[in-house]
Design a protein around this ligand. Structure first.
Ligand code: TXA
Ligand code: MG
Length: 346
């Protein structure tokens, strides 16, 4: 069933949706980052359905979503001082913390690890569904494994309808890229996946922060992997993609034009509004992502833009890169994976 809660949550329908969750069914719902495919995290069979629906490798654990901080103790154990500081400062929000797991969380959720990823979404629909279901909800991003995450129902309806019992439409998600994932190792918060909560913010709270070396690198078989998700290709359209990033804007325009020439116009550019008029290209082949100085819009629009570009079936998608600073850090992490680390830099 499809439920439209773009303008407001319908309480009768909320009851139906929460019953589905309690009965072991899958529900697609919005969070402030991206849409999730949720199931009762305490129900092994229900969680198994998520892996099937997404085609997700079973060694990639899921995030457990809770309604509020008081619930953390029910799923996690031995919370340290640094972990508590992170909880106090960044939850609820686009932030996921890896904690020592309690036995109540089944192995299928955590892929057999002794830790559990916990997040408290800051979105009224997500909160309502978690609260009234009365159970923690395991939910990965709503997309077929490997594809860009879903930030609007229009983008994912075709690929996931039929695999879930309900779809709750809350409109375009606010942030557009997934939560920051952090694990505290030897009292230092380590960023396993960058997101809206930046390294700078974490450092300002805890006095220290470190970035897992795999955030900007392909993983190798010999690497110690803290987060299994790092091993897999992600956020990728079917078309070949390349990042273009020049520090100097004039160079950037020059190379945009060069790529247009090289591909004789058979490409799609995902780029800044300001650059659209500077190049000669069919209207629908330049997808504007936002203004140069607005990384929030970049994050919000990127997954939809990738899906839109893919539909045109060009020979290549050229994506304008950004400085790895603030939110740009997370954006570049996603883009590098999207492009399988293919970047043209000057
Ligand atoms: O914003 C988000 O985080 C969205 C919304 C729906 O909450 N969820 C999301 O889930 O992005 P997913 O499954 O697409 O990504 C979860 C990431 C994966 O990279 C996974 O490997 C990692 O979190 N993860 C989950 N449990 C973990 C654990 N116990 N230890 C280390 N990494 C873990
Ligand atoms: Mg995902």
């Amino acid at each position: 069933m499809y439920y439209n809660w773009k303008d407001r949550t319908n309480t009768e329908e909320l009851k139906i949706v929460c019953n589905l969750i309690r009965n072991g069914e899958l529900v697609i719902f919005p969070t402030e980052t991206v849409y999730g495919i949720g199931a009762n995290a305490l129900d092994t069979l229900a969680v198994g359905k998520i892996f099937l629906a997404k085609g997700r490798p079973s060694d990639n654990p899921l995030i457990v979503h809770l309604a509020d901080k008081r619930k953390i103790d029910e799923v996690a154990d031995d919370i340290t001082e640094v972990e508590q500081e992170l909880i106090d400062n960044f939850m609820p929000g686009p932030f996921t913390l890896i904690l020592k797991k309690k036995p109540i969380i089944p192995d299928v959720v955590t892929a057999g690890l002794d830790t559990v990823a916990v997040r408290i979404p800051n979105n009224i629909i997500a909160k309502g569904i978690i609260t009234f279901s009365g159970v923690p909800i395991a939910a990965p991003s709503a997309n077929i494994s490997g594809r860009p995450s879903g930030t609007s129902i229009e983008d994912i309806r075709k690929e996931l309808e039929g695999k879930v019992s309900a779809i709750v439409d809350g409109g375009k998600t606010e942030i557009g890229i997934e939560s920051t994932v952090v694990k505290v190792v030897d009292e230092v918060p380590v960023i396993l996946r960058p997101g809206k909560v930046t390294p700078e913010e974490i450092k300002s709270v805890c006095g220290k922060v470190s970035i897992d070396s795999k955030v900007f690198q392909r993983t190798r078989s010999t690497d110690v992997i803290y987060s299994p998700g790092m091993k897999y290709r992600h956020y990728a359209p079917e078309t070949k993609c390349k990042i273009l990033y020049c520090e100097n804007e004039l160079d950037q325009i020059f190379y945009l034009k060069k790529f247009i020439k090289e591909y004789q116009g058979n490409l799609v550019i995902i780029g800044f509004n300001e650059h659209k008029e500077k190049v000669v290209l069919d209207e629908d082949r330049f997808i504007s992502i936002g203004r140069i100085d607005n990384l929030n819009d970049y994050a919000k629009n990127i997954y939809s833009a990738l899906r839109k570009a893919d539909k045109i079936r060009p020979r290549i998608i050229i994506i304008e890169g950004v400085k790895k600073e603030g939110l740009g850090f997370a954006i570049m992490n996603r883009l590098l994976k999207t492009c399988d680390y293919d970047i043209f830099e000057r």
